[in-house]
Design a protein around this ligand. Structure first.
Ligand SMILES: NC(=O)c1ccc[n+]([C@@H]2O[C@H](COP(=O)([O-])OP(=O)(O)OC[C@H]3O[C@@H](n4cnc5c(N)ncnc54)[C@H](OP(=O)(O)O)[C@@H]3O)[C@@H](O)[C@H]2O)c1
Length: 241
């Protein structure tokens, strides 16, 4: 992907990995629009010089409205980062969980991203240098026991990414999968384990974006993906124990 002079939408660009990515891409002379739900974080992003689109990714009507706004305000939008995400941690087999909680996690992590991608695809295809980047997770390759719904949602996005890339192979639109390792953000604030800083992660993946690597990630994740595929017993030891 060319790293400058794009018009880029980052969902979940108001916090964590998305926000660091937004700053890095802005420094590289791109127009960066961040989409989020929390109004305080959106205003902070505005003060930092980003254009903002308020939208709750769990609400199909709000996504349709955001898509209309984007097409009106940014007809040259050519890059979409599907990065917004939430993770609820609970014991799926033991806890009583409201159906709404399950629906919400799937809607934000999967359904909303599929809807947004569908709605923006004609515009991204029409513009030169179209790019779609889907943020997934190593847990989409092998689930963790206290995050079964999250893991399933990321597996769905991994599968979608492969299919989308295949469907767009005769067009100029490039499709990338971005797999962060455990990274120090709001999402992982309760987890006591080694975490990569979002700045180090973004510095690491920007050159991979430039080289059009279909999978943007770190070496340890590439090793984990091989283990998950070929040695599931070992992957279970790593994730479950
Ligand atoms: N951190 C990790 O270790 C890790 C590892 C693998 C994958 N990931 C993935 O990386 C992505 C970014 O996560 P992060 O770690 O940077 O987490 P984060 O700091 O919690 O950021 C999550 C972002 O998603 C947005 N978001 C959440 N619910 C939303 C909704 N209903 N509508 C619109 N936006 C919504 C948030 O915006 P609001 O605050 O405005 O809601 C926020 O900008 C996620 O897809 C996550 O699954 C993270």
């Amino acid at each position: 992907m060319k790293l400058s002079n794009n018009t880029i939408l980052i969902t979940g660009g108001t916090s964590g990995i998305g926000l660091v990515l937004a700053h890095a891409l802005q420094k590289l002379e791109n127009k960066v629009i961040v989409l989020g739900r929390d109004s305080g974080r959106l205003q902070e992003a505005k003060r930092a010089g980003f254009d903002i689109i308020p939208c709750d990714m769990s609400d199909p009507g709000a996504i349709e409205q955001a898509s209309v706004d984007l097409q009106n305000r940014y007809p040259d939008l050519n890059v979409l980062f599907n990065n917004a995400g939430i993770q609820y941690n609970y014991n799926f087999t033991e806890n009583v969980v409201s159906p709404q909680k399950i629906v919400r996690e799937i809607n934000i992590n999967v359904t909303g991203q599929l809807i947004l991608t569908q709605l923006l695809l004609p515009m991204i295809r029409n513009n030169n240098n179209g790019v779609i980047v889907n943020t997934t997770s190593g847990l989409g390759a092998f689930p963790k026991s206290d995050g079964l719904v999250y893991s399933a949602s990321k597996a769905a996005m991994r599968n979608f990414t492969i299919g989308l890339r295949h469907k767009l192979k005769s067009t100029s639109v490039k499709v990338f999968e971005f797999i962060p390792p455990v990274t120090d953000t709001h999402m992982t604030s309760q987890r006591n384990e080694q975490k990569m800083s979002p700045d180090a992660l973004v510095n690491h993946i920007i050159p991979q974006l430039q080289k059009n690597k279909p999978m943007l990630t770190v070496f340890s994740m590439r090793v984990f993906l091989i283990i998950a595929r070929f040695f599931p017993g070992l992957a279970a030891k790593i994730v479950f124990e």
